[in-house]
Design a binder for this molecule. Sequence first.
Ligand SMILES: Cc1cc2nc3c(=O)[nH]c(=O)nc-3n(C[C@H](O)[C@H](O)[C@H](O)COP(=O)(O)O)c2cc1C
Length: 396
Amino acid sequence: MVITSSPRLAPASPAPGPAALFPLPLFPLPLLLQGNGVERALGCRVLQSPLAGVSDRIFRELVRRWAPEALLYTEMVNATSLELGHGRHKLEDLATEAGPIAVQLFDHRPAAMAEAARRAEAAGAFLIDINMGCPVRKIARKGGGSGLIREPELAARIVESVAAAVAIPVTVKTRLGWCGGVDSRGVDSRGVDSRGDDSSCGDSSGSDSSGACELDHDNKSRVTTAAVAWCRQLESAGARLLTLHGRTREQGFSGRCDWAAIAAVKRSLTIPLIANGDVNSPEAARRCLQQTGADGVMVGRGTLGAPWLVGQIAAALEGRPLPPTPGPAERLALAAEQLQALLASRGERGLLIARKHMGWTCQGFAGAPQLRHALMRAATPAAALELLNRAAAALP
Ligand SMILES: Cc1cc2nc3c(=O)[nH]c(=O)nc-3n(C[C@H](O)[C@H](O)[C@H](O)COP(=O)(O)O)c2cc1C
């Protein structure tokens, strides 16, 4: 196979026969979300998570091929930057995308968030999601992302301002808490570091993905209690759906996601709750839904290099045959297509962005490690395409 120009990889026909992993689960579709005048209906209980630096339009269009009805998210957009004229491309042409797109906003300024939400609604957002979970230090310290967990009153004002500014539903994506719980480091029962700085949270690198942090039993129950209170505050402020990542900000992406805590939060809310964290296969999605009782699941890291995963999980949960996982030839075609699309939209910079995607997609066949190594060093788009072509031609 030789890759020439923009091959469009379509999902292969589903495997015939009884490929569905589970019987149709309990929940009826669609899931209805009331906005301030506009109602939205979610036709799929599997959501593609917002992924900064990843979930651009090109990535979303790939995910959409396998998951036509799933709610997909933009990368997070800073409201103050939008005001200053930056990042507006992230809101362009949303209305022309097939299927529902949530715009995710972050900031600590209610007025800026309200204005950004109006702009996103005008651009065609299906709903507005507020990021209250991002662990990145420079964002959290300014009071955005997970920083709002330490400022519940400000968080509530932000939800209220955004909900009053738009007719579409407003949702929040958050974490269980800030730190682990009450302990010698001065963390109170809301999971809030009462000393007013975040030096205990092991975040020296700008994000928290390094500091392993499994919570012990006592901490777990304190974090759960705090998470219930926090999420109920968000519901009272006007959030119409919450997505809960079952880790604290201190945990970053380490340790195991606490689905039991998500279950406790779910039991305490009247609005729908989407469970997030460690859902990376249809089997994991089923276990997560069983253990949490959540209304749906959101899938993040599992989709890196696997834009078919949301569609596979949705098919499994709905009792449909699973679309097959693309093999090496399809993966190489996908990598080439994504590279070419990024070059067309971002110029030469597209190669830099495409590198990480190619690294994730080119997996699982003989010679893949060598190919990834070479792709990371390809100096020009033509050289990268040539590498993909040669790898495709060498497939058995
Ligand atoms: C590369 C990357 C970028 C992310 N960007 C965002 C973001 O912009 N907004 C957000 O709410 N969460 C973001 N997250 C967190 C994910 O959406 C998700 O909550 C987290 O990865 C847990 O889900 P998972 O175990 O399925 O990956 C990001 C995660 C990763 C790995």
